[in-house]
Design a protein around this ligand. Structure first.
Ligand code: P1T
Length: 390
């Protein structure tokens, strides 16, 4: 579809068409994968807009245009991984700058903050942003950035994006990691965020065959700065990965709806099971921040966390017994995954901090996929039976 015909079109239409006009020469309806690293110039400095693929690549441009449209942003940048996307945002900072971050986040993001950027002279403060007012105790004239995951990984706390932004002085940017909801269920820029980050490895790609990331900026001066940094740092996505995620975005709305439907089924089953102590899913009315979830998201996603009765022995027996779910890190793919954050995805978070967050030996995280719901429930039931010898 032509750009002008896409104005005022709905999300599903944009997901399929944005940035992807048919090829002018061949009429090819699918965007070609431009693997070329360089582009021929007719005279020094005279070219089609493409000179070298680190700076810009036609397949990546099509994908980035689609990402920016879906998130409601000024411009998007496709990066090599979610961690590369986070790094790009942090590369804007300089020695002495301070960051306020939510106390619960992906272990790899925490590691990047504490073991890489802290050593470059950037200071990080971690607070429970479910009460945004708690930022006040650490906010200073050096604060440049607030980093929010919502829902957080893995305890699924909800943070009020609009409220956090309201409390920030001018010039302090708010970046929201939107990985768990995808652009379909949550649009942080519309609630006042300045930047959005995705691990596109997750729901955005959804087929567990790409590691990728994205940053979407709300305004031109941020976009210009990020374009300079992406080209200079060079942690960009390749053409083939760009093609794969762009292809996956076409089915994002239908996938997210089914992830959610299955997740409601699984969370209901877990809530009624005698061997489960606690179920955390943003769509459950007993979620402590259910009102925020309802206010700022248009769905609740496909990730569920829960606490089993018993200890590590039972948890391991349960995780070893699943047959439809796969025991693996990651989330957001068509296949259902299960994992133990304490040992797997959040091992780099200090034990004491995990304890404070309630990530104990019996804490399990599910990414509910698109298999038949009854098969998923039957699998969890038989694995619980085995673990507890019911
Ligand atoms: O793995 P990568 O594409 O680099 O993305 C990092 C990342 C960033 N933000 C969030 C919220 C994430 O969940 C992740 C990656 N998370 C996992 C691999 C996981 O299993 O939680």
């Amino acid at each position: 579809m032509k750009k002008e015909d896409l104005l005022n079109k709905k999300f599903e239409t944009k997901a399929i068409h944005s940035g992807q006009e048919p090829d002018g020469i061949t009429g090819s309806i699918m965007t070609p994968i431009h693997l070329s690293s360089t582009f021929v110039q007719t005279s020094p400095g005279q070219h089609t807009g493409y000179e070298y693929s680190r700076t810009a690549n036609p397949t990546r441009t099509a994908y980035e245009t689609c990402l920016a449209e879906l998130e409601g942003g000024n411009r998007a940048f496709a990066l090599a991984s979610g961690c590369a996307a986070t790094s790009l945002v942090l590369h804007r900072l300089k020695v002495g700058d301070e960051v306020i971050a939510s106390d619960d986040m992906y272990g790899g993001t925490y590691r990047l903050f504490e073991k890489v950027f802290k050593n470059k002279g950037i200071k990080f403060h971690y607070v429970d942003l479910t009460s945004p007012e708690s930022m006040k105790s650490v906010l200073s004239k050096n604060t440049q950035l607030v980093w929010v995951e919502t829902p957080t990984n893995p305890t699924l706390k909800m943070i009020d994006i609009q409220r956090v932004k309201e409390l920030l002085p001018r010039g302090v940017d708010l970046c929201v990691d939107n990985t768990f909801m995808s652009s379909y269920f949550q649009k942080p820029l519309l609630h006042g965020a300045d930047l959005v980050v995705h691990s596109t490895t997750k729901f955005m790609n959804g087929h567990s065959d790409v590691v990728g990331g994205a940053v979407i900026s709300s305004r031109k001066e941020l976009s210009d700065e990020l374009a300079f940094l992406a080209n200079s740092v060079g942690n960009i996505a390749g053409a083939f990965d760009s093609y794969l995620v762009m292809r996956s975005l076409k089915t994002l709305p239908v996938r997210m709806e089914r992830h959610q439907e299955n997740a409601f089924g699984v969370s209901g089953f877990l809530e009624s099971h005698p061997k489960i102590d606690k179920v955390i899913y943003p769509g459950l009315r007993n979620h402590p921040q259910y009102e925020i979830a309802e206010k700022q998201m248009t769905g609740f996603g496909g990730v569920i966390s829960f606490i089993l009765k018993g200890g590590l022995t039972e948890a391991k027996a349960f995780l070893e017994s699943v047959r439809v779910f796969s025991l693996a890190e990651s989330l957001g793919g068509v296949e259902s995954l299960i994992e133990h954050p304490g040992i797997m995805t959040h091992a780099s978070v200090p034990k004491e901090q995990r304890k404070q967050l309630g990530i104990n030996d019996s804490f399990i995280r599910l990414s509910v996929g698109l298999e038949n719901k009854d098969d998923l429930l039957a699998d969890l039931r038989q694995a619980l039976n085995r673990a507890f010898a019911l």
